[in-house]
Design a protein around this ligand. Structure first.
Ligand SMILES: [Zn+2]
Length: 594
């Protein structure tokens, strides 16, 4: 018998012992979060009360009968019993992952058999909190729901009501968030901030601009504020204190400061050294000016006049925005801190990511002119056009049902219950749509916006809760010509923020080979080229003796070494092998010989 992983003794009949412990726990004689299990050929009993175990509530089933009887249900309805009462009376117990192994949980009351040990409190429990928010998720494929719940976490909305007084990194606020028309019971229970918008969606292809998961947006909808968001980025600078009474200074740097930028880059700074609120700044503009004292005394002697160094905070590369707020305060050690929050308006543009909660994510392929968008007989033009080919392979039937439910909700002016398993049914939507004079199947006759011709097929059109995701083109777009290289390898540095290059990797190399673009390939891989002198006699590496104007082999001392062009990374490899006492030798051959 083990208690929290420690051996504490032995029992004769392990099965009976475990049953006895569980009985006692249900009576309240032992802590409710204690778990006990017996397993293995040795019949070891493991008791656990450790923190960090995930527990979930289940209704206890005894002798094929749920302990949550109709009488208890009545008490709950009349408010005579509470959740805690159910736990105290042993009707509901918390089970951890280990004890769950021994349990046979029935999903519904009718599923209870002789062997059942527990009953699910509600079937929607199997989805968890986030996935349970997806309307009609019981009609979707599970792998799609995993993707869908991931996109729910990335959606833009209002992440905190006090966002104006906060300094969070990499956050956005959606300008006009809406609560979904079709929502699950969990949505109302959690009472969360909205993080999406109810859009009119037509399921049809559009001029090839919504192939491969792309979506087409209506320009008029975008102009009216659909999907508009603001991106925030804080910048921070601290006045540090150094030994010898020296300290940083948040000021507009003087021109004699070493590392002075251009006068132009300080133009937004006010007398306190911080950019003014509502200044429209671009990358490279200084938003917090700062000077730092010289780090070493020798440095000060060398440049006695320019004793201070530049330490300002500029706007990050390839970013721009408006100064939204300025905060000046002190940190725990009494150092002055200046924080500036930049704001950037983000209007939807091709490449921005959108998603429905059913794991149907995609990027904007085109923002089409409103007059070119197809319209229904009543003149409705969809906000978003979704490609029908995204449905059959992914089997996201919940998407189709939500579209129909959203249409019903929008037309009747009622909130639709989209709770998994027990929400409103398709029959109800069909009946309501029929009553309102619409086709029961959600399809409508539509007209081509460009030619005005009636379309041969009727189009499935309805309302849908769409999420704008935090991945926007503006944060990712990057290109460079020439630029910085790493000191050690002489290869271009990586990363957008540092102005790095785009990697031409193994697969890209193969693509160029496939196209026969050998000169382009050579040019790409030439970026770190260098010359090595290789000896024809011993194959060693030589050097150029500038004084005697000769190429000398440092291995055998011979003078028949020739220059060979290699990449610097290769020379580095040879040098590092040398450092490991591994000698490398080369065989030279005339490249024109067959
Ligand atoms: Zn040699």
């Amino acid at each position: 018998m083990f208690f929290n992983g420690r051996y504490i003794g032995a029992v004769k009949n392990n099965k009976d012992f475990v049953a006895e412990v569980r009985k006692l726990r249900r009576k309240g004689g032992l802590p409710g979060d204690l778990s006990v299990r017996s397993f293995g050929t040795a019949g070891e009993v493991v008791i656990s009360t450790e923190i960090g175990r995930v527990l979930r509530p289940l209704i206890v089933v005894e002798d094929g009968k749920s302990k949550l009887t109709e009488e208890v249900e009545k008490e709950l309805e009349e408010g005579e019993s509470t959740w805690q009462d159910l736990i105290d009376r042993g009707i509901i117990e918390y089970v951890d992952a280990s004890e769950e192994e021994d349990a046979l949980v029935a999903l519904e009351k009718d599923d209870i058999t002789e062997k059942s040990t527990h009953l699910e409190v509600d079937i929607i429990d199997i989805f968890g909190l986030i996935t349970g928010l997806v309307p009609f998720c019981n009609h979707d494929q599970s792998s799609r729901l995993n993707k869908g719940s991931k996109t729910l976490k990335q959606s833009l909305g209002i992440y905190a009501a006090n966002y104006l007084t906060r300094l969070d990194t990499d956050v956005s606020i959606l300008h006009y968030p809406q609560k979904p028309i079709v929502r699950s019971f969990i949505y109302d229970t959690l009472d969360i901030y909205p993080a999406g918008q109810n859009l009119v969606v037509a399921v049809m292809p559009y001029e090839g601009y919504n192939v491969e998961d792309a979506i087409v947006l209506n320009k008029a909808s975008v102009d009216r504020g659909m999907g508009r968001s603001t991106y925030f980025r804080p910048y921070k600078s601290t006045e540090r204190h150094y030994a010898g009474g020296l300290k940083d200074e948040i000021v507009v740097p003087d021109k004699d400061v070493s590392g002075y930028r251009t006068e132009e880059s300080y133009k937004y700074l006010e007398d306190d050294g911080i950019a003014f609120v509502e200044a429209a700044v671009n990358s490279g503009d200084v938003i917090i000016g700062k000077t730092t004292p010289p780090k070493f005394l020798s440095e000060a002697k060398d440049i006695s006049l320019q004793s201070k160094k530049e330490g300002s905070t500029p706007v990050r590369q390839e970013e721009s925005g408006t100064v939204d707020a300025v905060f000046v305060t002190v940190d725990g050690e009494g150092n002055k801190i200046a924080q500036v929050r930049l704001r950037d308006l983000r209007i939807p543009e091709p490449g921005d990511k959108y998603s429905a909660p059913h794991g149907q994510k995609g990027v904007i392929g085109m923002i089409a002119k409103s007059e070119d968008i197809p319209f229904t007989a009543s003149g409705i033009r969809p906000d978003l056009i979704f490609n029908p080919h995204n449905i059959p392979g992914r089997k996201s039937i919940g998407y189709l049902i939500e579209l129909l439910a959203g249409k019903t909700g929008a037309l009747t002016g009622k909130i639709i219950d989209g709770t998994a398993f027990c929400g409103d049914k398709v029959d109800y939507f069909e009946e309501q749509l029929r009553r309102l004079g619409f086709s029961y199947d959600g399809k409508e006759v539509m007209y081509n916006g460009i030619t005005g011709r009636r379309m041969d097929v009727r189009i499935y059109i309805g309302n849908m809760y769409y999420l704008k995701l935090k991945y926007m083109v503006n944060n990712r777009i990057h290109a460079r010509a020439s630029g910085k290289v790493a000191l050690l390898t002489r290869q271009p540095i990586e990363g957008r923020a540092r102005g790095g290059a785009l990697r031409l990797g193994e697969m890209e190399q193969q693509a160029l080979v496939g196209h026969g673009a050998s000169l382009l390939l050579k040019e790409r891989y030439d970026s770190d080229k260098t010359t090595m002198y290789l000896c024809t006699k011993c194959g060693g590496v030589g050097y150029e003796d500038v004084i005697r104007n000769k190429i000398v082999c440092s291995n055998c001392g011979g003078i028949e070494a020739f220059p060979v062009e290699v990449s610097y990374a290769f020379k580095l490899l040879v040098d590092e092998l040398l450092g490991l006492h591994i000698s490398t030798s080369f065989e030279l051959k005339n490249k024109f010989d067959k």
